[in-house]
Design a binder for this molecule. Structure first.
Ligand SMILES: [Fe+2]
Length: 252
């Protein structure tokens, strides 16, 4: 593996088996001459192209951690998996599962960049958002967002999981960043209450971060790509919400 460049790198997350979106993002990263990539997990689960996706990831030089779905793929009895995990699981071989099993839940890079999937303590908690009992998705209070970062000595904290691109700067100067989702721009979930996350764009989303003397400069990139094949795979697997999400960024 080439040495991680902590001054400027790309941040990707929540690919969810969308190999065409991943290819589009990687070629955009390459076109900008960015050599270092961190990947915050939920690599495969969904009715798309899990096997193609993991083959790309295993062949590519990048730093990966695991998301909640990656954990469930290696820890859950296949008979008890949710439908998105099970479809992905059925495409995987033992060597793929071994790769997933070896991923850490969090990482600290260059003593200054912290990676997690949800929050430092939980891969199933949204760092920036909370879900109301009526299904509304609200921004958490500043103090709650800051509390999740307690004790983490890093100036940049990276998270995924909600699929919503957002940056929050804490009062102490640290930056928390969610790069959005490469492959799944909208979804519905039942926990903690039924809700929908929707970006409203099918574009593959990620972020570029660059250390500046004044702080972290961050840019969100929305990369358009041909969604037809992935939406078709979702339809073939009888997952109309996924097909609509991949094609439009909306689920309802
Ligand atoms: Fe997740």
């Amino acid at each position: 593996m080439t040495e991680f460049d902590a001054r400027k790198f790309a941040v990707i997350a929540d690919i969810h088996g969308n190999s065409d979106a991943l290819i589009a993002v990687l070629s955009d990263i390459d076109a900008q001459g960015i050599a270092s990539i961190v990947n915050l997990g939920d690599h495969l689960s969904g009715p798309l192209a899990a096997r193609e996706t993991i083959e790309i990831l295993m062949a590519r030089d990048m730093i990966c951690i695991r998301g909640n779905h990656d954990r469930w793929l290696v820890e859950t009895d296949p008979e008890e998996m949710g439908p998105s995990d099970r479809i992905a699981y059925d495409e995987l071989e033992d060597r793929h599962l071994e790769w997933l099993r070896a991923l850490p839940p969090t990482r600290l890079l260059a003593d200054d960049v912290f990676l997690c999937h949800g929050t430092p303590a939980s891969d199933t908690t949204y760092w920036f958002e909370r879900v109301a009992p009526d299904g509304g998705v609200l921004i958490r209070p500043e103090a709650d967002i800051a509390a999740e970062a307690a004790g983490i000595a890093a100036s940049l904290l990276l998270c995924g999981h909600s699929h919503l691109p957002r940056r929050v700067d804490l009062a102490d100067g640290r930056t928390v960043l969610n790069p959005g989702s490469v492959g799944c721009p909208g979804y519905v979930d039942d926990e903690p209450y039924p809700h929908a996350m929707q970006t409203g764009t099918p574009a593959a989303c990620y972020a570029i971060v660059e250390r500046r003397p004044e702080g972290w400069m961050t840019s969100f990139r929305h990369v358009p790509y041909d969604t037809a094949r992935m939406a078709g795979l979702a339809r073939e697997r009888n997952r109309p919400n996924w097909a609509r999400s991949v094609a439009t960024g909306w689920v309802k």
